[in-house]
Design a protein. Structure first.
Length: 153
């Protein structure tokens, strides 16, 4: 089943494509790879999920924020490529969690992003990954994720 069909089947709605918040490109293609800049957790109404996991947000809320990042990031990718069906597989994910110094379950939070990609792309949605904690993130967003995808030939 195609990624676009899976989105529909799962009843997922992509939020608006965010405008770059600085001097950078949201997506850069090199050969069959696309490098997607860090994205934050945008709701379908265009607002961001903010707060620090372990203080303002629970681990479960962080997981949902990471999932929201996935939808936001896929909105950007679809706008760039025309269709998510052009994605072959996930190569590498870097997930950053805005967390308190004592919070230690960053991978469990970033699983929200990874599970979404697995749900949409199957095993091809699972790639190498790093999940780290940050003292702060831009605009106090809860989670930021960047990813590298391989495109279909």
């Amino acid at each position: 089943m195609s990624a676009e069909s899976r989105l529909t089947e799962l009843g997922l709605i992509l939020p608006p494509v965010p405008k770059p918040g600085g001097i950078y490109k949201p997506v850069v293609q090199v050969g069959q790879l696309i490098y997607v800049s860090g994205h934050g957790p945008m709701r379908t109404d265009g607002t961001l999920i903010t707060g620090k996991v372990g203080l303002d947000l629970t681990e479960e809320q962080g997981f949902e924020a990471a999932r929201a990042v996935g939808l936001t990031l896929l909105a950007t990718v679809r706008a760039q490529l025309g269709s998510l069906d052009r994605i072959q597989r996930t190569i590498k994910t870097l997930g950053m969690v805005n967390a308190t110094p004592d919070f230690q379950r960053h991978p469990a939070v970033i699983n929200g992003f990874s599970q979404l990609l697995k749900d949409i792309f199957g095993e091809d949605g699972v790639g190498a990954r790093s999940a780290v904690g940050m003292g702060s993130l831009p605009g106090n967003i809860a989670v930021e994720v960047e990813v590298i995808f391989e495109l279909k030939p």
